[in-house]
Design a protein around this ligand. Sequence first.
Ligand code: CA
Ligand code: CA
Length: 470
Amino acid sequence: MKTLYLTLHFCGSILFGFSQTIELQDFGPDFSAPVEITNAGDSRLFIVEQAGIIKILNSDGTVNPTPFLNITAKVGSGGERGLLGLAFAPDYATTGRFYVNYTDNTSNSTPNTIIARYTVSTNPDIANDNETVILTINQPFSNHNGGKLAFGPDGFLYIGTGDGGGSGDQGDRAQNTSHLLGKLLRINVSGSTYSIPSSNPFSGSANGQNDPRPEIYAIGLRNPWKFSFDKTNGDLWVADVGQNAFEEINKVSRSGTPGDNYGWRCYEGNNHTFNLSGNCPSGFNETITPIAEYPHVGNQCSGSITGGYVYRGTKYPSFIGKYFYADYCTREIGILTYTGSSWSMATQTSNIVDSWISFGEDSNGEIYIANPSKVYKIIDPNLSTEENNLFNFKLYPNPSNSDVALHLPSKFDIVESISIFNIHSQKIKSFSKPNKQIINISTINYKSGLYFIEIHLSNSSKITKKLIVN
Ligand SMILES: [Ca+2]
Ligand SMILES: [Ca+2]
């Protein structure tokens, strides 16, 4: 039984003056430390349990009795260790290949991070057991193991590594290009093992012990938990867990520029100096400036960000183009909303009940979130009731007799175009870049019935409103 779990109100955007409300819909049975949720291009969700099990959660909320994969015998789990990442190859439908990221069981304190390939069996719900190890990275400490895997729009496998751990990146690894730790790696796994994309920043490295590692794509990460690609435009969103002061969210267009420097351990967040000794660049302006940050408040577990996704689903128009994130420590869920020139941050500050570990996206772009034992679907409870209030766009009178007024927000320059469709999806009127806040539309020649008004915004989101003509 699906139950509505809790309601969060976001009162954030000054520009629009709207309040975004979300609800969490309990989805599926209990899980044991679900640390990743992803899909293979169909209706199933794959739930990664930290101990080393991948379960299939079907769209009806049932879980297959036999796990998709069980590698608990190889995985060392506990704290920040475990089976942490899962990504299906872009050509999974034909190759059956998928990739996992886990810490092995050789040591609790200095394990190895293993990136490995598996394949699906002839049964689409069960994987083969045989493993091909792609990459091994020794961990100097048990924590900060990164763990996220995702294929970029370029078809390459991106791997988020933490700085290896300890505290304060005492090994100064994140800025050291001869280490794979503290990096975003990018490799081509379309062959039998892996190869280096020629556009990687150190693709021509001799790859000796003190040379830059050619697998590196970007540097300066502390513990990216997690990163994702925008399904629509390929933007790369990286949430990096902070040390003592700031949590940060980075966005780079179209997966960024090879060699991007995210700043750690020199800087946290937006130009907060942490430690300028060692391998630092000459200034903060040589690093990626986060698009959002928030400070820690209090002492113990005062901030630990969990990065999510830009919503690109279809069910909840008011979510489109917004970035969802959460925090394991403050137990909040947050949303970044593009305001036309920057991203405004809004978080819930009360009545939050859980330590949010991971987000997930299904093949339709709907998004999910997990606490240590449950997976929830994020939904907009106002979808059916708020059609005349989304972002304060108002339509009146509705139903209309001879004309209707479309009342845009004061910053109407975010509107790219407005189109009116009849019930047969035929466009009967459209105009672009409105030059005034209130637009009067004559409906005198419209047949009686239902119409749809689509408003396209400059952040690529679309709002659809129903209009009834008498
Ligand atoms: Ca580590
Ligand atoms: Ca940073």
